[in-house]
Write a protein that binds this ligand. Sequence first.
Ligand SMILES: Cc1cc2nc3c(=O)[nH]c(=O)nc-3n(C[C@H](O)[C@H](O)[C@H](O)COP(=O)(O)OP(=O)(O)OC[C@H]3O[C@@H](n4cnc5c(N)ncnc54)[C@H](O)[C@@H]3O)c2cc1C
Ligand code: FES
Length: 347
Amino acid sequence: MADKHRINFEPVDIEMEVGEDEYILDAAFRQGIHLMHGCREGRCSACKSFVLDGDIEMDNYSTFACNESETEEGLVLLCRSTAYSDCTIELLNFDEDELLSGIPIQDVRTRVVAIEPLTKDIVSLRLQPAEPAVYEFKPGQYSELTIPGTEERRSFSMATTQSTPDQVEFLIKKYPGGKFATLLEDGITVGDEIALTGPYGSFTLKDGHVLPLVFIGGGAGMAPLLSLLRHMVETGNTRRVHFYYGARTPPDLFYLDEILELGKGLVDFTFVACLSESLHPPVQGAITVEEGNVTDVVRRLEPALGKSEVYLCGPPPMVDAALELLEESNTPHDQIFYDKFTSPAFD
Ligand SMILES: Cc1cc2nc3c(=O)[nH]c(=O)nc-3n(C[C@H](O)[C@H](O)[C@H](O)COP(=O)(O)OP(=O)(O)OC[C@H]3O[C@@H](n4cnc5c(N)ncnc54)[C@H](O)[C@@H]3O)c2cc1C
Ligand code: FES
């Protein structure tokens, strides 16, 4: 049996046990402690924390998420850290409401109920939980789906909410040669089983927060933002939402009718489609279209970013560019929430 150690988290004064055969973040989840995290693959830096005392080693992480000078200072990524002694760790980011009351991680056997192409490279995949029959999650969170026939997993954000428990929807971008993507072409069909584990992620609306919201998404990054929007309408949330969605051309846009309809259920909602390559053929209907990449459009149209809560989600280059813009506009870090859609096969 692996040696065990105690970890004390500051400044929240929570203690837990960790084995030398598991990462600290996984040990925390196992014990119902929901530390701040994003990718769980050492790529996004959301779980970065400071080691005050103890012997910790990290493996298999990206130096973009934690660089050499940071590791020398004592910073670690808890999703890739193993403890070899009792330790005291200072959490740099944490959500006090979530820490001890997050939704427990569930292993769910699901069945595919629909696979529907939405654009040339984005597919809607709907899964019905079979065992257990209900999958509990918060809007904005993500699940790990096991690639059928393998032990490998990929993370996908839920686009739906708890109001459609029989149909948990995922929006999946098909990267050429992608292992999961290729299966969507001809490997998975309606009725097949897919194993799901979750929920993970901290990309959720925080109770009691009132600042106006700016949503910035690109590609399949639509998924958790749509979940948040659907949730806001279902719960009568009155916060203002400005939603900027980046795509290349008009045929890359999807779910526009539903977004406009959701907007009618919100108190103050705008949606801007930001097209980086071409405005043709023209988008039909009452959609505001701007030319340029999504970060440039937000820079032009949102002078008061620093007074908003910003939710960003999509491919890593888009998220990185938007984070730079938020830095320039002095948006406080605790007003920024993001999920970078990293892949284990792509750094
Ligand atoms: C927290 C989180 C949430 C996520 N949510 C979603 C989601 O809702 N929808 C979704 O589609 N994806 C999401 N992802 C990404 C997803 O988990 C997969 O990594 C991605 O779909 C690629 O999986 P794959 O098996 O098809 O391709 P892989 O086999 O992993 O990759 C194969 C090849 O595809 C290309 N590729 C993969 N990812 C990228 C990229 N980001 N940019 C450029 N090229 C790339 C590379 O050439 C790579 O070598 C999320 C990731 C994280 C960490
Ligand atoms: S780097 Fe640890 S959660 Fe992303």
